[in-house]
Design a protein around this ligand. Structure first.
Ligand SMILES: CC(C)(COP(=O)(O)OP(=O)(O)OC[C@H]1O[C@@H](n2cnc3c(N)ncnc32)[C@H](O)[C@@H]1OP(=O)(O)O)[C@@H](O)C(=O)NCCC(=O)NCCS
Length: 177
Protein backbone atom coordinates (compact mmCIF):
# COMPACT_ATOMS: atom_id res chain seq x y z
CA UNK A 1 0.00 0.00 0.00
CA UNK A 2 1.24 3.49 -0.86
CA UNK A 3 1.98 5.70 2.17
CA UNK A 4 -0.14 8.81 2.65
CA UNK A 5 1.58 11.70 0.82
CA UNK A 6 2.31 13.52 4.10
CA UNK A 7 4.15 10.44 5.41
CA UNK A 8 7.10 11.40 3.18
CA UNK A 9 9.24 14.50 3.20
CA UNK A 10 11.32 15.52 0.19
CA UNK A 11 14.26 17.66 1.24
CA UNK A 12 17.76 18.61 0.07
CA UNK A 13 20.44 15.95 0.46
CA UNK A 14 23.03 16.91 3.08
CA UNK A 15 26.51 15.49 3.49
CA UNK A 16 25.39 13.38 6.47
CA UNK A 17 22.82 11.61 4.21
CA UNK A 18 25.47 10.34 1.82
CA UNK A 19 26.22 7.11 3.66
CA UNK A 20 22.63 5.96 3.10
CA UNK A 21 22.64 7.34 -0.44
CA UNK A 22 25.82 5.34 -1.16
CA UNK A 23 24.23 2.12 0.14
CA UNK A 24 21.08 2.59 -1.95
CA UNK A 25 23.10 3.28 -5.09
CA UNK A 26 25.49 0.39 -4.43
CA UNK A 27 22.53 -1.99 -4.17
CA UNK A 28 21.23 -0.95 -7.58
CA UNK A 29 24.69 -1.04 -9.20
CA UNK A 30 25.23 -4.59 -7.94
CA UNK A 31 21.78 -6.00 -8.63
CA UNK A 32 20.20 -4.01 -11.46
CA UNK A 33 20.67 -2.53 -14.90
CA UNK A 34 19.31 0.97 -14.21
CA UNK A 35 22.92 2.09 -13.76
CA UNK A 36 25.55 1.00 -16.25
CA UNK A 37 28.23 1.15 -13.55
CA UNK A 38 29.47 -2.27 -12.49
CA UNK A 39 31.46 -1.39 -9.35
CA UNK A 40 29.69 0.62 -6.64
CA UNK A 41 31.41 3.95 -6.01
CA UNK A 42 32.60 4.37 -2.42
CA UNK A 43 31.43 7.07 -0.04
CA UNK A 44 34.24 9.43 -1.00
CA UNK A 45 33.34 9.19 -4.68
CA UNK A 46 29.62 9.66 -3.95
CA UNK A 47 30.50 12.75 -1.90
CA UNK A 48 32.57 14.09 -4.80
CA UNK A 49 29.66 13.57 -7.22
CA UNK A 50 27.16 15.15 -4.79
CA UNK A 51 29.52 18.11 -4.37
CA UNK A 52 29.74 18.56 -8.15
CA UNK A 53 25.95 18.81 -8.37
CA UNK A 54 25.24 21.03 -5.38
CA UNK A 55 28.09 23.48 -5.96
CA UNK A 56 26.59 24.20 -9.37
CA UNK A 57 23.26 24.94 -7.67
CA UNK A 58 21.59 21.91 -9.22
CA UNK A 59 19.03 19.90 -7.21
CA UNK A 60 20.01 16.83 -5.17
CA UNK A 61 17.06 15.61 -3.09
CA UNK A 62 16.30 12.79 -0.66
CA UNK A 63 13.02 11.30 0.56
CA UNK A 64 12.63 10.68 4.29
CA UNK A 65 9.77 9.37 6.38
CA UNK A 66 8.14 12.34 8.15
CA UNK A 67 8.56 10.52 11.46
CA UNK A 68 12.33 10.13 11.02
CA UNK A 69 14.04 12.76 8.90
CA UNK A 70 17.43 11.12 9.36
CA UNK A 71 16.39 8.08 7.27
CA UNK A 72 16.83 8.14 3.52
CA UNK A 73 14.34 6.10 1.46
CA UNK A 74 15.56 7.32 -1.91
CA UNK A 75 17.37 10.10 -3.69
CA UNK A 76 17.11 12.06 -6.93
CA UNK A 77 19.30 14.62 -8.62
CA UNK A 78 19.59 16.43 -11.89
CA UNK A 79 22.56 17.57 -13.92
CA UNK A 80 22.92 19.41 -17.20
CA UNK A 81 22.37 16.81 -19.95
CA UNK A 82 25.68 17.66 -21.64
CA UNK A 83 28.14 20.32 -20.63
CA UNK A 84 28.33 22.22 -23.94
CA UNK A 85 26.78 25.65 -23.27
CA UNK A 86 23.89 25.29 -25.71
CA UNK A 87 22.51 22.49 -23.48
CA UNK A 88 22.19 24.85 -20.51
CA UNK A 89 18.38 24.49 -20.24
CA UNK A 90 18.29 20.71 -20.73
CA UNK A 91 18.82 18.48 -17.71
CA UNK A 92 19.02 14.72 -17.08
CA UNK A 93 17.33 13.21 -14.02
CA UNK A 94 18.44 10.29 -11.83
CA UNK A 95 16.26 8.57 -9.22
CA UNK A 96 17.09 5.64 -6.93
CA UNK A 97 14.85 4.15 -4.22
CA UNK A 98 15.91 1.87 -1.36
CA UNK A 99 15.06 -1.79 -2.02
CA UNK A 100 12.81 -1.85 1.04
CA UNK A 101 10.81 1.17 -0.15
CA UNK A 102 10.10 0.30 -3.80
CA UNK A 103 6.66 0.75 -5.34
CA UNK A 104 5.31 2.87 -2.50
CA UNK A 105 5.31 6.20 -4.30
CA UNK A 106 8.77 7.34 -3.16
CA UNK A 107 10.28 7.57 -6.67
CA UNK A 108 7.30 9.47 -8.04
CA UNK A 109 7.34 12.00 -5.21
CA UNK A 110 11.09 12.52 -5.63
CA UNK A 111 10.89 12.97 -9.40
CA UNK A 112 7.84 15.26 -9.15
CA UNK A 113 9.74 17.53 -6.72
CA UNK A 114 12.83 17.41 -8.91
CA UNK A 115 10.78 18.52 -11.95
CA UNK A 116 9.19 21.33 -9.94
CA UNK A 117 12.61 22.56 -8.78
CA UNK A 118 13.98 22.42 -12.33
CA UNK A 119 10.95 24.31 -13.64
CA UNK A 120 11.49 27.04 -11.02
CA UNK A 121 15.15 27.20 -12.07
CA UNK A 122 14.16 27.88 -15.67
CA UNK A 123 15.01 24.48 -17.13
CA UNK A 124 13.09 23.73 -20.30
CA UNK A 125 13.60 20.04 -21.14
CA UNK A 126 14.30 17.03 -18.93
CA UNK A 127 15.78 13.81 -20.30
CA UNK A 128 15.53 10.41 -18.67
CA UNK A 129 18.27 8.10 -19.85
CA UNK A 130 16.83 4.72 -18.90
CA UNK A 131 19.41 2.00 -18.57
CA UNK A 132 17.80 -1.16 -19.99
CA UNK A 133 14.55 -0.78 -21.94
CA UNK A 134 13.23 -3.65 -19.78
CA UNK A 135 13.56 -1.48 -16.66
CA UNK A 136 9.82 -1.53 -15.96
CA UNK A 137 10.06 0.58 -12.80
CA UNK A 138 11.99 3.43 -14.38
CA UNK A 139 9.94 3.45 -17.59
CA UNK A 140 6.66 3.44 -15.60
CA UNK A 141 7.91 6.16 -13.25
CA UNK A 142 8.87 8.48 -16.10
CA UNK A 143 5.66 7.77 -18.05
CA UNK A 144 3.58 8.48 -14.96
CA UNK A 145 5.05 12.00 -14.86
CA UNK A 146 4.50 12.79 -18.51
CA UNK A 147 7.79 11.69 -20.11
CA UNK A 148 7.51 10.36 -23.67
CA UNK A 149 9.88 7.89 -25.30
CA UNK A 150 11.92 9.69 -27.94
CA UNK A 151 14.36 6.96 -28.87
CA UNK A 152 15.99 3.68 -28.07
CA UNK A 153 19.69 2.97 -28.52
CA UNK A 154 19.98 -0.77 -28.97
CA UNK A 155 22.69 -3.00 -27.48
CA UNK A 156 24.85 -0.13 -26.21
CA UNK A 157 25.46 -1.62 -22.75
CA UNK A 158 26.79 -4.98 -21.59
CA UNK A 159 26.16 -6.02 -17.98
CA UNK A 160 25.32 -9.30 -16.25
CA UNK A 161 26.26 -11.16 -19.46
CA UNK A 162 23.69 -9.50 -21.67
CA UNK A 163 23.41 -6.61 -24.09
CA UNK A 164 21.27 -3.73 -22.94
CA UNK A 165 19.33 -0.99 -24.69
CA UNK A 166 19.10 2.57 -23.45
CA UNK A 167 15.73 4.25 -23.70
CA UNK A 168 15.66 8.03 -23.98
CA UNK A 169 12.55 9.67 -22.49
CA UNK A 170 11.83 13.40 -22.52
CA UNK A 171 9.52 15.74 -20.65
CA UNK A 172 9.10 19.39 -21.57
CA UNK A 173 8.60 21.81 -18.68
CA UNK A 174 7.77 24.67 -21.00
CA UNK A 175 4.07 24.38 -21.71
CA UNK A 176 2.63 23.56 -18.30
CA UNK A 177 -1.16 23.47 -18.45
C1 LIG B 1 12.72 3.45 -10.92
C2 LIG B 1 12.46 3.63 -9.43
C3 LIG B 1 13.21 4.87 -8.95
C4 LIG B 1 10.94 3.82 -9.20
O1 LIG B 1 10.75 4.14 -7.83
P1 LIG B 1 9.48 3.63 -6.99
O2 LIG B 1 9.45 4.39 -5.72
O3 LIG B 1 9.52 2.15 -6.88
O4 LIG B 1 8.26 4.05 -7.94
P2 LIG B 1 6.82 4.56 -7.48
O5 LIG B 1 6.28 3.66 -6.43
O6 LIG B 1 6.86 6.01 -7.16
O7 LIG B 1 5.99 4.32 -8.80
C5 LIG B 1 5.86 5.30 -9.83
C6 LIG B 1 4.98 4.70 -10.93
O8 LIG B 1 5.68 3.63 -11.58
C7 LIG B 1 4.98 2.39 -11.41
N1 LIG B 1 5.99 1.36 -11.10
C8 LIG B 1 6.99 1.43 -10.19
N2 LIG B 1 7.73 0.32 -10.22
C9 LIG B 1 7.18 -0.47 -11.18
C10 LIG B 1 7.52 -1.76 -11.68
N3 LIG B 1 8.56 -2.46 -11.19
N4 LIG B 1 6.75 -2.28 -12.67
C11 LIG B 1 5.71 -1.57 -13.19
N5 LIG B 1 5.34 -0.33 -12.75
C12 LIG B 1 6.08 0.20 -11.75
C13 LIG B 1 4.05 2.62 -10.25
O9 LIG B 1 2.90 1.78 -10.34
C14 LIG B 1 3.69 4.08 -10.40
O10 LIG B 1 2.73 4.26 -11.42
P3 LIG B 1 1.40 5.17 -11.18
O11 LIG B 1 1.87 6.51 -10.75
O12 LIG B 1 0.76 5.17 -12.53
O13 LIG B 1 0.65 4.48 -10.11
C15 LIG B 1 12.90 2.35 -8.64
O14 LIG B 1 12.30 1.22 -9.23
C16 LIG B 1 14.42 2.16 -8.61
O15 LIG B 1 15.11 2.69 -7.74
N6 LIG B 1 14.92 1.38 -9.59
C17 LIG B 1 16.34 1.05 -9.70
C18 LIG B 1 17.17 2.23 -10.11
C19 LIG B 1 16.75 2.83 -11.43
O16 LIG B 1 16.56 2.16 -12.44
N7 LIG B 1 16.60 4.15 -11.41
C20 LIG B 1 16.29 4.95 -12.57
C21 LIG B 1 17.57 5.48 -13.11
S1 LIG B 1 17.22 6.97 -14.03
Amino acid sequence: MKPAPNALVIRPCFEQDLQQVQLIYAHHVMTGTGSFETEPPDLEEMARRWGDVVTKGWPYLVASPARDLTRVLGFAYAAQFRMRPAYAKTFEDSVYVAPTALQQGVGKMLLAHLLQTLREDGVREVIGVIGDSGNAGSVALHKSLGFKTVGVMTNVGFKFDRWLDVMIMQRSLRAEK
